[in-house]
Design a binder for this molecule. Structure first.
Ligand code: HAM
Length: 418
């Protein structure tokens, strides 16, 4: 028996109402904030990701699904959505449009991670990017939009964490200070952090191991090393967030796992869980477009993991709209009746009424039993008598009451009832 590959999951019919609910809230929100949808391919040139996410990151060193196609092109399944959006922005000359260009996506993302609750090798993200504006008001708007996404789903007691990790100018001095601090504590670090110390010292701050946590808590804070421009930007963002009354908390350990971030970073965490369960995260990436060959173009964005959204909708017992249609079940007896049943199914569907016609060779009793287990409210029954008189018997499956009527009257009655 084949099974879905490790770290992937089927989204079964009974789960779909949660997914459609999350997606519909996401698309409603994008309309309200003026974002347009962009779909990019599931795979890209693998260098697009190494250049943007960063050579020393976990995603690039351990998690990418990289492959060579039959022509020798080296490609990667997208491990995130921001770099593809930037690639498309440049490729389609969107820098000529009024800025910022606001784009969103709902897409499958691929990362070879160790699977656990809420962590998959294929997951789905709802993400949005505002490209071409450095105004701190845009940071606040993007953070607000991310927060409103979860609020519109009814999720409660979430944490909104923010930080600023500075820019090319001020970050080197911060990293020097971080390394000086950690060089005195190297022996106590976990093996991963020992290698982070060399390759990516910023990531020392978000190690989840208890041995490293205490050290990170006491480490120098990026916020104390910001240049004048980054500090003014951060203060402005905080001012706007306060004006919007968003319940944010400054967390100096928040650094994010991708290298392209500058200035503002933020994350949304569920209640009472470890940091690896983030519901979503984002930040500014003012150098990325230039890094990919464009002119200097500031940008900011966010992405939410939809599996984690669904997990939390269930945990918080949020009732989502039931999408299951309760089709009219059409039962029939005899060959002529079967033909009439097919025609009736077509008439009902033409009138926007969901219908399921019995197939196979069940008895009438068997067909009605099936109608019951499919939760149909009504069964339309056609037998010899009905064929002869050109009518249908409609059975109310709840009460067992039956009435006989013509197809047109049946349509009218069912339409009124929906
Ligand atoms: P990220 O934090 O790597 O950011 O991923 C965004 C969200 O995707 C996470 O907060 C989490 O909810 C979900 N996620 C990540 N990995 C997994 C996984 N293995 N299984 C299930 N869910 C997962 C980015 O990808 C950035 N591109 C976000 C961004 C957009 N920054 C600026 N613009």
């Amino acid at each position: 028996m084949y099974k879905a590959p490790r770290g992937t999951a089927d989204i079964l019919p009974e789960e779909q109402s949660y997914w459609r609910f999350a997606e519909s809230r996401a698309t409603d929100l994008c309309r309200l904030y003026g974002y347009q949808r962009l779909d990019t391919p599931a795979f890209e040139d693998f260098q697009l990701f190494t250049r943007s996410i960063g050579e020393g990151t976990d995603i690039v060193t351990k998690e990418m699904y990289t492959f060579e196609d039959r022509s020798g092109n080296v490609l990667a399944l997208r491990p995130e959505g921001t770099a593809p959006v930037c690639r498309a922005y440049l490729e389609h000359g969107m820098d000529n449009l009024p800025q910022p260009v606001k784009l969103y996506y709902l897409a499958a993302i691929f990362r070879y991670e160790r699977p656990q609750s809420g962590r998959y090798r294929q997951h789905y993200q709802f993400g949005f990017e505002a490209v071409g504006d450095s105004d701190p008001a845009l940071d606040a708007e993007v953070i607000d939009m991310a927060w409103q996404f979860y609020s519109s789903l009814g999720l409660k007691n979430l944490f909104l964490l923010i930080n600023s990790i500075g820019c090319k100018k001020c970050r080197p001095r911060y990293l020097d200070n971080l390394k000086i601090y950690y060089s005195d504590h190297l022996v106590g670090l976990c093996p991963d952090c020992k290698s982070r110390f060399e390759k990516n010292p910023l990531r020392l701050l978000d190690c989840k191991k208890s041995s490293c946590y205490g050290m990170a808590e006491k480490a120098p804070k990026s916020i104390d090393f910001l240049c004048r421009e980054c500090l003014a930007h951060f203060q402005a963002v905080v001012g706007y967030l306060e004006a919007l009354k968003l319940p944010f908390k400054l967390n100096h350990r928040l650094v994010r796992g991708l290298d392209y971030y500058t200035k503002t970073v933020f994350e949304i965490q569920p209640p009472g869980e470890a940091a690896q369960s983030a519901l979503g995260g984002g930040g500014r990436y003012d150098d990325l477009i230039q890094e990919l060959g464009g002119k200097p173009t500031p940008a900011i964005g966010f992405a939410a993991g939809l599996e984690r959204v669904v997990l939390n909708l269930k945990k918080q017992k949020i009732v989502v709209p039931d999408l299951t249609a309760t089709p009219v079940f059409i039962a029939h007896l005899g060959n002529e009746a079967k033909l009439e049943a097919m025609k009736l199914a077509r008439t009902l569907r033409d009138n926007g009424i969901a219908a399921i016609m019995a197939t196979g060779d069940r008895s009438l009793k068997g067909q009605l039993r099936l109608a019951n287990s499919l939760c149909s409210n009504y069964a339309a029954i056609i037998g010899d008598n009905e064929v002869k008189s050109g009518v249908v018997t409609l059975r109310n499956m709840m009460t067992g009451e039956q009435e006989t009527l013509a197809a047109t009257a049946l349509v009218k009655l069912l339409k009124e009832g929906t």
